[in-house]
Design a protein around this ligand. Structure first.
Ligand code: HEM
Length: 267
């Protein structure tokens, strides 16, 4: 696998003069911060809004980098793809940390403003679903999952003819070796090994994000209270814990164990 030379990303033209430009101009802070509009006078609604906004900003960046990683993988630019994929694992680790902050919103405080959220639910997050779709969940999530994405966001699935999952397996297939061989002879295939471990890390962190969201939900409303999106946590959210982007990489652990004489139970 060879990496093509770095593309020239330098901006055209001269930088703006310092008196025309500032921190506020660059970050568009007036626009960004004006989006924080509590709908109740409850002071604890603020942390609820902040957590949602922070996570949506991170989702935006995750989508941005995923759209860069897929063509890099398709061109076998593994060093660059690995660098960014490792970052996405770190971002999801950070995203996962938001749940314990949100747990400092007490359950009674939350219930005091919750009725005003009416039908607003994280389930309606287009960006969250887009991350799942780009990563390749449509190939694994089942017919109902695909149908619900098509219904809520027509065209989203078609916008990603090659998903992260497909691009990953395209690289493995082109390499002419197998995942087990890559792990066993990892220092003969360092970039492929790093790719598999970075994909695993993204999957692991995403799973942790889902799990800790559920624990937070359980702490706030319990698993038998109907969500604002109309589902019961014990049914809908619990089922999403079965979603992985790279189940093959998890399953591979059995093959590695077996290679070294481990005793493996039947699935
Ligand atoms: C007190 C805070 C929260 C509670 C009680 C809560 C509760 C729930 C519940 C019950 C669901 C299932 C759908 C439903 O019936 O509504 C859900 C889904 C979801 N929530 Fe939250 N949530 C909270 C905060 C957040 C935050 C801050 C985010 C950040 C973006 C978020 C993102 C999501 C997403 C993406 C889903 C869809 C998950 C999927 O389809 O796999 N939630 N939430």
């Amino acid at each position: 696998m060879s990496d093509s030379p770095q593309t020239d990303n330098k901006p055209a033209g001269a930088p703006p003069s310092a008196d025309q430009f500032s921190y506020i101009t660059h970050l568009q802070l007036d626009t960004l911060l004006s989006a924080m509009k509590p709908i109740t006078p409850h002071p604890e609604e603020h942390i609820f809004l902040t957590t949602h906004h922070a996570l949506e900003i991170w989702f935006k960046h995750v989508i941005y980098d995923l759209k860069r990683i897929i063509p890099m993988l398709e061109a076998d630019r593994l060093a660059e793809a690995n660098w960014l994929l490792k970052r996405l694992g770190e971002i999801m680790r950070l995203a996962d940390g938001h749940w314990t902050v949100l747990e400092t919103l007490s359950s009674p405080d939350f219930h005091e403003f919750r009725p005003y959220l009416t039908g607003a639910s994280g389930m309606q997050s287009r960006q969250f679903r887009e991350v799942e779709v780009i990563c390749g969940l449509c190939e694994l999530g089942g017919e109902n999952y695909v149908a619900s994405v098509r219904k809520a966001w027509p065209g989203m699935i078609e916008a990603y003819p090659v998903t992260l999952r497909q691009a990953f397996f395209n690289v493995i297939n082109r390499s002419g070796t197998s995942l087990l061989e890559i792990y066993d002879k990892r220092w003969q295939h360092p970039q492929l090994f790093a790719l598999a471990e970075n994909a695993m890390e993204l999957d692991r962190r995403f799973q942790s994000w889902r799990f800790n969201h559920i624990l937070m939900v359980r702490r706030q409303i319990g698993m038998r209270t109907k969500g604002t999106g109309g589902t019961f946590g014990r049914d809908y959210l619990s089922a999403t814990m079965g979603y992985l982007f790279f189940p093959e990489l998890w399953e591979l652990r059995h093959d590695i164990a077996a290679l070294h004489g481990g005793e493996i139970a039947k699935p």
